[in-house]
Design a protein around this ligand. Sequence first.
Ligand code: ZN
Length: 308
Amino acid sequence: MRTLVYTHEACLAHDPGGYHPESPERLRAILAALSAPEFAALERRAAPRADLAAIARVHPGDFAERLLAAVPRSGQIALDADTVLSPGSGEAALRAAGAAIAAVDAVIAGEAKNAFCAVRPPGHHAEPSRAMGFCLFNNIAIAAQHARWVYGLARVAVVDFDVHHGNGTQAAFEDDASLLYASTHQSPLYPGTGAASETGVGNILNVPLAPMSGSREFRRAFEDAILPALDRFRPELLLISAGFDAHRDDPLAQLMLVEADYAWVTGELLAVAGRYALGRVVSSLEGGYDLAALAASAAAHLGKLMAA
Ligand SMILES: [Zn+2]
């Protein structure tokens, strides 16, 4: 069965500034890699805008309205030292969250076995009431809640292999035993959360990795902790916060993964989804800041998704 790719040109118009690592060139690099002949079978779809009601399942009250109202007509507005709004940011953020929602709709409808959201801004640092860390809306958490509330799924898991801890996803999930959040990330590193002692209601699994950890430590984290936890949880849908900044070439962190590690972990997660979730996987782009490593790692990830 096919693999879908959701993206939108609006995601290229979010411009945090010429020297910002979270640049439109990241998405261009991935889309260029996916134009190679081996990806011809991907079905590409335009990401719709997320409904504000879907966003509000994670970001309560008028958070989304206020963020969209803060988008400047020209120039840029910094929400914090890392997180910047440009005139295109509101539309990009709505399409990024909408991609993950539409991908969930498609895999639950059986239109595809799995889907990848090639979008930006990323989402996993966005807390329920705070945009931060390059992230505006928490795309993957919004998708998880959409699956819970629209389709009544009893258990949804998010696996996050971005090099940074997804503090926002953890904050959104930590009181809800129907949602599992499992993360590998470098520690110490931004945002400083993600200790193994942070366990929520038994539904948060953090596996911090020391700087310079590589394939062996990463795979051990999955084999010893995350994959067994997924087997105990038995998710009905598996979501992936797919950041590729744990690659050894990435300039923002010091883990030492290579493309083969992303292929490996994707295969392992597809196997989990095959056991409990009818194979249903939705993956959404988070970080990854070396353009060549990002494109090659995303291609390795997509290659496995397509082979499922
Ligand atoms: Zn990251």
